[in-house]
Every structure is written in C-alpha cells, then in structure tokens.
Write a protein that binds this ligand. Sequence first.
Ligand SMILES: Cc1cc2ncn([C@H]3O[C@H](COP(=O)(O)O)[C@@H](O)[C@H]3O)c2cc1C
Ligand SMILES: O=C(O)c1cccnc1
Length: 357
Amino acid sequence: MSNQLNQLRQQLQFAIDNKTKPPGSLGLLETIALQAGLIQQSLRPSVQDPQIVVFAGDHGIAKTGLVNPFPQEVTAQMVMNFLRGGAAINVFTRLHNIGLTVVDAGVNNENWDELFVSDHFINAKIARGTANYLESDAISESAVVAAIEAGRSIITNLALQGCNTIGFGEMGIGNTSSAALIMSAITGIPVVDCVGRGTGVNDDQLKVKIETLQKVFQFHKLELYSKNPISLLGKVGGYEIAMMTGAFLAAAEHHMIIVVDGFITTAALLLAQQMEPGVKDYCLFAHTSQEQGHEAMLRYLDAQPILHLSMRLGEGTGAALAIPLIRSAVAFLNEMASFDTAGVSNSTESTTSRPKA
Ligand SMILES: Cc1cc2ncn([C@H]3O[C@H](COP(=O)(O)O)[C@@H](O)[C@H]3O)c2cc1C
Ligand SMILES: O=C(O)c1cccnc1
C-alpha cells in the first residue's frame, strides 16, 4: 500500500474510533466505512446514485436439461418480468431507492417488444446464447473480448452519470454450472465441491449435474486455463458472466464501491481479479449465498460477507439488500459526533477489540 493510502487508512481509523461509541462497537459497519473511504480516497465517502445492473444471457447446455430444472425460456421471460417491475430485484431496488438497469448480454430470443424502449434496458446482445460446452467451446475468444468491452462501457457510462456505488446481478438459466466450472478451474477445488443445486435440482438431478460438469471439465482440460480468464470464458463461460467481468474492471478503474452479489457474480469477480489483481479492493461482499461453493469461493478471496440470509436467487438481490447497510456505514462516519465535539469523555485505556479491517 502506498504511503498516502496508509496515511488515509490511519486517519479514517482515527475518525471511526473517535465517534461517540465504544471502539469497534459498530462492528462490520466500521470495516465498511473504512473501506468506502479507501476506495474513494476520502475521509468523507458517500453513496451516490447506487445502481444494480442485471446482465442476462443464455447457456447452450441449458437446452439439454442435464444441469437445470427450469427451461431456457425462463431467462427471456424473467427479463420481461424485470422490465415490468415484478421480480424480486425490482421490489428491493424500488424499496431502497436504487437504480436498476437490465442488459441483454446474450439472451436466446428473437426480439424484444416495444416495452423494451426504456432507459433501463440496454440491448447489448452478442449472440442468442452460448454454444453447448459439452460439444464445443461456449463462446469464441473474440466474442468474449467484445462482451468484456461492452460490460466496461456500460459501467463507465454509469460512472460518468454520477453513480459511485454499483452492484451486479445476473439472469441466465444454467449459469450456476458455468460459474461452478470457472470456480473449479481457478481455485483448483474439485468440481464436485463447486457444484450446487442452483434453482433447485433434487438429489438424482444433482448427481447428473455433477457428472455432466466433471465430463465438461475433462473434455476442455480446464485445469490448463486456471490462469487464462479469456480462454476460460471461451470454453465454459456465459455472455452475462463475461460482461460482468468487464463491468468489475471498469467499476474498479472508476473507484466505485462494488457490491458483490452471489455465486455467479463472485465467479465473474474471480475472472476480473485474475485480469487485474487490485479489483477486490473495491469490493464489498453482500452475502453468502446458499449455493454450495459460494462459501469456499468467498474464503478463496478472503472476503467477509455482510449478510447471511440463506438466499440463493441471484439477480443482484443480495447486493440490493446490502446497499442500505453500506449507506448506514458511510452515514455514521459522516454524521456522528466525535468525543471532542460532543464533549463526551473517552476512555483511552479501552482494550475492546475492533473488527478485522
Ligand atoms: C424464475 C427464476 C427467477 C430467477 N432469478 C434468478 N434466477 C437464478 O437462477 C439461474 C441459475 O440457476 P440454474 O443454474 O439452476 O439454472 C440464474 O438465472 C439465476 O440468476 C432465477 C431462476 C428462476 C427459475
Ligand atoms: O448465488 C447465486 O447468485 C445464485 C444461486 C442459485 C441460483 N442463482 C443464483
């Protein structure tokens, strides 16, 4: 860490410790406030125009029914639902005054109706879904690069419009499989420990899902791509995951507070982190998803998630729920009185420990 950043860290910690409260008593909110200050390089960080961007894309494997209980058509149907305001992410973003943008990264549908002429919908479709990675590469490398670039430019536009806090969500039937393969390739954790129930496969279906994905791992020799995120995305990625990868990169470049959602979003972060190892410093981890594998992914990233709600939905819902807490953290740092200004006696001998920064 540079000297300047180290100095800022000390100043932030001093400000936090001098608020009228026992040291460390606001727990993880103190860690969040400190990190927000470091991200924005400011003693007075802010949450401005927070946004969730949901990237949608289809997966060729989903047509086989081997890994997903819901049919592929649900991806496009849910995109319509997002635009009509009826999905969980709509409810949470409305409730908490968070902007919502939906991006077609690669949904397998013909065209959108006039409903989609909206500021909140971006048609960045690269193809109508990926190819089935049981038989071939999912995406060409040139299309991977195009998707990453599209993700970058969507986030850069939001940053230029004044958004400084961003969460990513995704919609894509079959994408827990893609995320599990990416996780296994990058972390070296065996496929069986990365695969979860997704939208709810039963025990028999889970066995088939695991066997299928083990076969895919061997077919593409994914261990060879553990340090090559572009090729890995080409082998088994999704358009929405590739776009999120670019989105992470741009958000970090613009010093945004990035709120990481669940299993699939964190897989995109694993890829972005390989491309630019500093990205994680801009991330706050919203929650631990119930998808098996997410906890190990978070451990791999040495991340401390904010919430534990047994959720396993995606769409950016965990991120939307964490944003009010991030707002609260920033607000206590900016608005609470200090011992000095409030004339409250401080105990300088306190031995109470602070949360881990
Ligand atoms: C109605 C519905 C709404 C959703 N919203 C998010 N997902 C979530 O489930 C999908 C991944 O699970 P799998 O790999 O098992 O297909 C993604 O689209 C994800 O965002 C949904 C899934 C369904 C069915
Ligand atoms: O954690 C997630 O993001 C998740 C888990 C299951 C299904 N869809 C998303």
